[in-house]
Write a protein that binds this ligand. Sequence first.
Ligand SMILES: O=P(O)(O)O[C@@H]1C[C@H](O)[C@@H](CO)O1
Ligand code: HPA
Length: 246
Amino acid sequence: MVKLLTDTDSFEFRDIPNFTTSTAPGHAGRLVFGSLQSKSVVLMQGRVHMYEGHSAKKVAFPVRVFKLLGVKTLIVTNAAGAINRTYNVGDLMVICDHINLVGLAGLNPLVGVNDSRFGPRFLAMSSAYDKGLRSLGLKLAEELGMKEFVREGVYSFQCGPFFETVAESRLLNVLGADVAGMSTVPEVLVARHCGIRVFGVSVVTNRCVMELDSGEELSHEDVLTMGEKGSADMQRLISKFVDKID
Ligand SMILES: O=P(O)(O)O[C@@H]1C[C@H](O)[C@@H](CO)O1
Ligand code: HPA
């Protein structure tokens, strides 16, 4: 994605106070400012995860910086495994909602003293992923001829770094999840808390294993390979999306 930006200026996460460098392979730690489709954007090249040992607050900290920079829209992307059996590897999924098992149990960035300069103590999360932005994303996907493999569904966040057991994947299916992943939700919570609107897209890098003794085993290498393949479609969609949003 960074290659599509012009007039760039970048900063290593390690040089920015209170930012944390990612240890996950495939996640460079760089904040890039620039222009995309004549719009000013700031792009995180890589992110940190709770499975790297960081609190949800630490993971979502950049979003508060973005708020102070004047960011109005957060576009979140991730790699995820398909729980929904009708999904295929390589599909994109516009996120319409999420299940935050980690956060519901108390590990979320809004726990603790509320900083009311950013937002309220209690906030509604029933329309976390902006309806207008979702509709725009799906319309643009159709215009780009991507309709057949762009879905809309529910992202389920688990901490990781392990992939789900068969029983866990089945549980997530019963709960209504379409994909499972290990990121994104802490950032979305902080964005919604401070009034930033959110658009999210997952690239389906694998299907979660639903049958015991099937012999299927997931690996991060496969996720990286399939993520790379899906990223061309993701970039086309996000680029057009940035062009069309106000
Ligand atoms: O895009 P993210 O960082 O959510 O990617 C997923 C979660 C783990 O970082 C990794 C597992 O292979 O992919
Ligand atoms: O199958 C998965 N589960 C959780 N996180 C993931 N990130 C990519 N694939 C997966």
